[in-house]
Design a protein around this ligand. Structure first.
Ligand SMILES: *Cc1c(COP(=O)(O)O)cnc(C)c1O
Length: 405
C-alpha cells in the first residue's frame, strides 16, 4: 500500500506521513493548529483577504482553498488530500459527483479533432459522455474490448490523446490490464485515465501501475454510507491544475457539507473494505455452489477468466459481483422479488447490501442487441455486498434463488 504524503497548501496541516493506509485515514489530514479531534466544516462560500496583495495572490493561485468555494474550500480540500494520499497522488480535486470528476477530466484533456480510446463497457454515464457528448464537440472515440490489449494498440491513431479505462468494470466485472495499457500509452505520449471506483484505493492503485489520472465516484466506497454524492480526481499537481481549470467553469462543486460527511465516512474506509472483501468472497463462493445459479462473475474467484490479472494488480477484490440466474429475464425478476435483505437499488459500496437487475436498469437506454454487445445478459444481477453478516446474505440469496426452481 503506497501512501505518499500529500503536500497540503494549508500550511498548518501535517506534511509527510510515512504510515499505513489505516493510520493515514485516521490522522493523515490532522490539522496541527486545531485542537479539535474531528475536522471542522467550513460552510463559507467566500474568504476574506488580509490586504490587496493577499487578494491578488489568492485570485491567481490555482486550487486556492480559501478564496471562493467553487475554486476550493478547506473542507473539500481536506477530503482531496486524504484520497490523494491513499492513491499515492501528488494532488487531488473534489467534485460534486463521480460524473462531475469524469466529465471535467475528459473535457480538460481533449479538444476538437482529438481521438480517444475507451472500453465497450463503462459506467453508463461515462459511456454517454464518450459516445454522445464528445461527438457533438468534434472528438472521435474508439470503443475496444477491455480484455484485449491488442485492440487498444490497434485503435491508436496520430490524433489519440487519451485512453479511458475502468476496472473492474460495471456491471460485468471484466478487468483491464492497467500496467500494460499505461505502458503502451506512455510510449506514444498518450494520457491515461482510470476509473477506480469499483476497486477503491485500498484494493487497487492505478497511479503506481503507470496510469496518469484516477477518478472515483466517492459516492460509493469512499463515502460508504449511501448518504452523499461526490467525485474525486487524483494525479500530478500540474495535471490536476489543468482539470481544476475546467472543473471551475463546469461548476460541479462538492458542497463542504458533503465533503465533511465524506471525511467522516472515510475514517472507517479501511475496516469497511477489509470486511466487505471477505464477505463478498464468501458470498461469491457460496453462490457458485447453488443450483439456481448459472455463473458468478467475481475477480476473486479462480473461475474468473482474468483471475491471474486480478491477483497481479489488485490487493483485494471488492464488494461487487455479478450473478447469472438459471433462466431468462422473467426468472431473474422473480429472484429480485424474493430478496429480503438486499434492497433493490442502484449504487454500491455502502454499508447496506444492494441488488440490481442489470437488464432492467438499462431497459430504457439499450435495446437487446446493444445489451448483448455490452455483455449484459438478461439474467444478470449485480450485487453490492455491505456490512451485514455474510451468512444472512447467503441465506437470503439461497431462498430467493430457490423460488425459481
Ligand atoms: C457510480 C459510478 C460513477 C458515477 O458516479 P456518481 O457519483 O454517481 O456521479 C462512475 N463510475 C463508476 C464505476 C460508478 O460506479
Amino acid at each position: 500500500m503506497i501512501v505518499r504524503s500529500f503536500v497540503a497548501r494549508e500550511a498548518s496541516m501535517v506534511q509527510p506521513w510515512p504510515a499505513s493506509a489505516e493510520t493515514w485515514l485516521q490522522q493523515g489530514d490532522r490539522d496541527a493548529s486545531d485542537s479539535a479531534i474531528a475536522p471542522p466544516m467550513h460552510l463559507s462560500a467566500t474568504f476574506r483577504a488580509d490586504d490587496a496583495a493577499d487578494f491578488a495572490a489568492m485570485a491567481s493561485q490555482p486550487r486556492h482553498s480559501r478564496y471562493y468555494t467553487r475554486y476550493g474550500n478547506p473542507t473539500t480540500d481536506r477530503a482531496a488530500g486524504l484520497i490523494a494520499g491513499l492513491e499515492g497522488a501528488g494532488a487531488g480535486l473534489m467534485t460534486a459527483s463521480g460524473m462531475g470528476a469524469i466529465s471535467a477530466t475528459v473535457m480538460a484533456l481533449v479538444s476538437a479533432g482529438d481521438h480517444v480510446i475507451a472500453q465497450t463497457n463503462h459506467y453508463m454515464g461515462t459511456s454517454r459522455l464518450l459516445a454522445d457528448v464528445l461527438a457533438r464537440f468534434g472528438v472521435s472515440v474508439s470503443f475496444v474490448d477491455q480484455t484485449d490489449l491488442g485492440a487498444f494498440e490497434a485503435a491508436v491513431r496520430p490524433q489519440t490523446r487519451l485512453i479511458v479505462v475502468e476496472t473492474p468494470v460495471n456491471p460485468t466485472l471484466a478487468l483491464t490490464d492497467l500496467a500494460a495499457v499505461a505502458d503502451l500509452a506512455r510510449r506514444r505520449g498518450i494520457r491515461t485515465l482510470a476509473d477506480n471506483t469499483f476497486a477503491s484505493p485500498l484494493n487497487q492503485q492505478p497511479l503506481a501501475l503507470g496510469i496518469d489520472l484516477v477518478v472515483h465516484s466517492a459516492t460509493k466506497y469512499l463515502g460508504g454510507h449511501h448518504d452523499l454524492t461526490a467525485g474525486a480526481v487524483l494525479g500530478d499537481p500540474a495535471l490536476i491544475d489543468q482539470v481544476w481549470n475546467c472543473a471551475i467553469v463546469l461548476g460541479a462543486v462538492l458542497s463542504p457539507h458533503d465533503a465533511w460527511l465524506l471525511l467522516r465516512g472515510m475514517r472507517t474506509l479501511a475496516v469497511r473494505v477489509e470486511r466487505i472483501n471477505a464477505s463478498t468472497m464468501a458470498v461469491a463462493q457460496a453462490l457458485s455452489c447453488l443450483p439456481g445459479v448459472e455463473a458468478v462473475h467475481y475477480p476473486g474467484l479462480p473461475s474468473h477468466p482474468q483471475h491471474a490479472l486480478a491477483c497481479r494488480q489488485m490487493r483485494g477484490f471488492g464488494g461487487v459481483m455479478a450473478v447469472q440466474v438459471r433462466g431468462g429475464y422473467r426468472e431473474t425478476e422473480q429472484v429480485m422479488k424474493q430478496l429480503r435483505l438486499f434492497a433493490q437499488a442502484v449504487s454500491l459500496g455502502g454499508v447496506e447490501s444492494l441488488a440490481v437487475h442489470a437488464a432492467a436498469m438499462w431497459a430504457g437506454t439499450l435495446d437487446d442487441a446493444a445489451l448483448r454487445a455490452a455483455g449484459i445478459a438478461p439474467n444478470l444481477i449485480r450485487l453490492s455486498i455491505g456490512l451485514e453478516n455474510p451468512a444472512d446474505l447467503i441465506a437470503d440469496l439461497a431462498q430467493a434463488l430457490g423460488a425459481v426452481r
